[in-house]
Write a protein that binds this ligand. Structure first.
Ligand code: GTP
Ligand code: MG
Length: 361
């Protein structure tokens, strides 16, 4: 299951966001470090269900269908709050780092009102600068990546550059951080460090590599929270200007796109838009509906469109077979597009809202 982590400075509203997204009731308090350990929950992305278009009444098993909208689950993790120096100085628990390593993407929550001071307490002078916060907290992540490179100096000394390539060494260095070869290669290209032996990387190279690897391996959106108080409007404008490359969500931004509804429903739709964007747009997942019978669009228990699965862009029919059952992958002969009846090869790339039947030997 996709795993998304909520992180950021303490007291910014991470648990508030998590509670709306998962319908849990984690402790929310105006004091720093309220959340002590990672908390797991299930949330959903939403997408127009194919049931309407295909004119059937569905019977979902792994997901929900409400008013022709499919809700597909993923895992959300509420992480303990950070402050400047958390990792470099004060030290953060191994549990945090273990959980963090296994995340697919991140939601960075920022108090855009300026109410959280440098120690993490809430002050009503609203003179904290959220952009500084953003870079301070991001820097904690970069330092954490850099530590891995520094720790590996000894290992690199022994490396015979004829037998081990830069990419393989970096794979080894970052093997615990859920980073794949493509991400390492992309980072080497962006930083233009591919040709430079790692042992010769200076501090700037290490920092640059860590900075880009953090972004490439853990795609991130920003939630500008607490738009209702303090200097939020002004700070938000500044943030948009300074952090233009990163998608930033706020209450006001989504409000203009939607008709106004009552408070709680509005909060949920805002959270939903952010989650949908992260998973469907940035991580680029597609939703696929596997079935076992063409004429009825059912599984072998006669459930109509039982499952909606999230598959990353570039996933093939064979990947789908593997996801459904690892033994199925070897036996998959071809697929059939349920809408058109067209036969599809094993290397067919899954498209969003595909309804597919797998034919096995
Ligand atoms: N005004 C306002 N207050 C908010 C908003 N979101 C959260 N808060 C308040 O901010 C305080 C901290 O919220 P939490 O959700 O506990 O923050 P957190 O980031 O999980 O904090 P830690 O777990 O301690 O790191 C609480 O008093 C919340 O009620 C918001 O959008 N506007
Ligand atoms: Mg919390």
């Amino acid at each position: 299951m996709i795993k998304i982590g909520i992180f950021g400075k303490t007291n910014t509203g991470k648990t508030t966001f998590f509670n709306v997204a998962t319908l849990q009731s984690g402790k929310v308090l105006p004091s720093p470090f309220t959340t002590k350990n990672p908390v797991y929950g299930i949330s959903n992305i939403s997408s127009a269900c194919v049931c309407k278009e295909l004119g059937v009444k569905d019977d979902p098993r792994n997901s929900l269908c409400i008013d022709n909208v499919r809700y597909v689950p993923f895992e959300l993790v509420d992480l303990p709050g950070l402050v400047k120096g958390s990792w470099s100085g004060k030290g953060i628990g191994n549990e945090f780092l273990d959980v963090f390593s296994r995340l697919d993407a991140l939601i960075h929550i920022i108090d855009v009102s300026g109410s959280v001071d440098i120690e993490g307490g809430i002050s009503d002078s609203f003179d904290n600068d959220p952009i500084t916060d953003y870079f301070d907290i991001e820097n904690e992540l970069v330092v954490w990546y850099m530590k891995d490179i520094l720790k590996s100096k000894n290992h690199m000394m022994k490396v015979n550059k004829n037998t081990e390539k830069t990419v393989d060494i970096l794979m080894e260095i970052f093997k615990e951080k859920k980073i794949n070869k493509e991400e390492i290669k992309k980072t080497l290209d962006v930083t233009k460090l591919r040709e430079k032996e790692i042992i010769k990387w200076d501090y700037n190279d290490q920092e640059k590599f860590s900075f880009y690897l953090r972004y490439i391996s853990k795609p991130t959106i920003i939630i500008a929270n607490k738009m209702d108080i303090g200097n939020a409007d002004q700070n938000f404008m500044q943030m948009k200007k300074k952090l233009g490359d990163i998608k930033i969500f706020s209450m006001t931004e989504t409000e203009t796109l939607k008709e106004k509804v009552d408070g709680d429903t509005q909060k949920q739709t805002d959270v939903q838009s952010a989650l949908n964007h992260l998973i469907l747009k940035i991580l680029d997942y597609r939703i696929v509906y596997p079935i076992e019978k063409m004429d009825t669009l059912t599984d072998n228990q006669n459930r109509v469109l039982p499952d909606a699965l999230l598959m990353r862009r570039g996933s093939t029919l064979k990947d789908l077979a593997e996801k459904i059952h690892s033994e199925l992958a070897g036996e998959c002969l071809y697929g059939i597009n349920a809408r058109t009846g067209v036969h599809l090869p094993n290397n067919y790339q899954i498209q969003d809202k595909d309804v597919l039947m797998l034919v096995t030997s």
